[in-house]
Design a binder for this molecule. Structure first.
Ligand SMILES: [Mn+2]
Length: 160
C-alpha cells in the first residue's frame, strides 16, 4: 500500500499534479491542510481516496479540523498542527498523540519537512509542495509504504 502525504499547497496545485504523475498510482492521498479551496480539484486530480484536514488558511468549506484514520495496523492522527504550536516544536503534538494512543501523527503548517521517531511514535511533516521554507527550498512530500509484513516505511522526497 502506497500513501502519498503532502501539505500546504495553498491553491498552487501544479507540483501536486507532477508528484501524482511521478509517483502514481497511489492508494491514498493525505493532505495536511492549507489547500485553500482547492480540495475539490485535488480530489478529482487524485485517482484514489483523499483525506484533507483544515489549515489555518482554510476559511471556507467544511474540512474537518482533524482526522483519525487507520492505515494498516497504525492509528494515525491527521492535523494541520497550528493548534499544537508546531512552529515552535513538536512536544505538544507528541504529548497529545501519545495520550490519544496514536502510532503516527502527521502535520503540516511549518512548510519544513521532517520525520521524527520518538520512541516508537512517528511524527512527520511532508513540508510544502508550493512554498517550501527549509534550506534549499525544494518542494517536498513523503511517501509511506506499508509492506507485505505490515510494517510502514517513510521516504522524504523532493521535486526537482
Ligand atoms: Mn501553510
Amino acid at each position: 500500500m502506497k500513501i502519498l502525504i503532502v501539505s500546504d499547497t495553498h491553491r498552487r496545485d501544479a507540483n501536486l499534479e507532477k508528484v501524482l504523475a511521478v509517483e502514481g498510482p497511489v492508494d491514498r492521498l493525505i493532505h495536511l491542510g492549507d489547500a485553500e479551496e482547492s480540495e475539490g480539484k485535488i480530489q478529482s486530480m487524485a485517482d484514489c481516496p483523499v483525506d484533507i484536514v483544515c489549515g489555518n488558511n482554510d476559511y471556507f468549506g467544511d474540512l474537518p479540523k482533524e482526522k483519525e484514520i487507520t492505515l494498516g495496523k497504525y492509528q494515525v492522527l491527521l492535523t494541520h498542527g497550528h493548534y499544537y504550536y508546531v512552529s515552535l516544536d513538536t512536544k505538544m503534538l507528541a504529548r497529545e498523540a501519545r495520550a490519544r494512543g496514536f502510532d503516527i501523527a502527521m502535520y503540516g503548517h511549518t512548510h519544513r519537512p521532517r520525520i521524527e521517531d520518538k520512541n516508537g511514535l512517528v511524527l512527520l511533516n511532508p513540508g510544502s509542495l508550493s512554498y517550501p521554507r527549509q534550506e534549499g527550498k525544494q518542494p517536498s512530500y513523503i511517501l509511506m509504504e506499508i509492506g507485505p509484513d505490515g510494517d510502514a516505511s517513510f521516504e522524504l522526497k523532493y521535486l526537482s
